[in-house]
Design a protein around this ligand. Sequence first.
Ligand code: PEP
Ligand code: MN
Length: 266
Amino acid sequence: LVSREKKPTDTVVNVGDVSVGNGQSQFVMGPCSVESQAQVDTVAKSVKEQGVNILRGGAFKPRTSPYDFQGLGEEGLKILRNSGDRYGLKVVSEITNPKDIEVGSQYLDIIQIGARNMQNFDLLKEAGKVNKPILLKRGLAATINEFMNAAEYIVSQGNSDLILCERGIRTYETATRNTLDITAVPVLKQETHLPVMVDVTHSTGRRDLLLPAAKAALAVGADGVMAEVHPDPAVALSDSQQQMDIPTFEYFMEQLKQPNVTAHNI
Ligand code: PEP
Ligand code: MN
């Protein structure tokens, strides 16, 4: 169902009045983790000022170590929803447990399924049953074919509002946190009819590479870019190395809004 052969035309995922996959670049910006209402509001205000439509923030955090901050859970979803409503932004957050898909769909405009859960088939099936757009991330060591099969799990349950997200894969390279598979974008655009985004934060793990990676993503035809923004990354409860502070984020967006960057859309 996700293959271009089955449906030659591009799927546009409508998130209320925001469209993903219609040829205009969409940005998903916000903190790694929801930490407090004030923290998310600060970011949301800047995100809105930059013309970004979609706010992110993790509430259920899949952390490598059980001793790291695990997220605020449902309270985090409420905070994110409040900020979204206050600043007129769509909100996206990760759901990790199939039984939380329902609660996620109460608070969120888009439900994210993270890299570590790309092959959590029960979660994919639940995501396929709700009437809510899904943002599916590529697994840490998933081939494009496995990624497309994960997408098929969701769409085959009836939910075709699906956005794919390349977020870097694990290779022998250590200069970056993961290796951004930039050609996955045109491959996925050729093989499927779904919108494709690129997460530059988790793929690079390096603040100095966010802008070049985002430019590359848009140049190869990505429908959008995700990146993390925090009012004070140094004290962030997760991913403090690669989140942008607000001035850096403003510069990032100004650069990406240059007309030559999105030349593929012209
Ligand atoms: C995230 O976007 O918050 C996240 C944890 O990303 P990933 O699943 O790609 O690691
Ligand atoms: Mn993060």
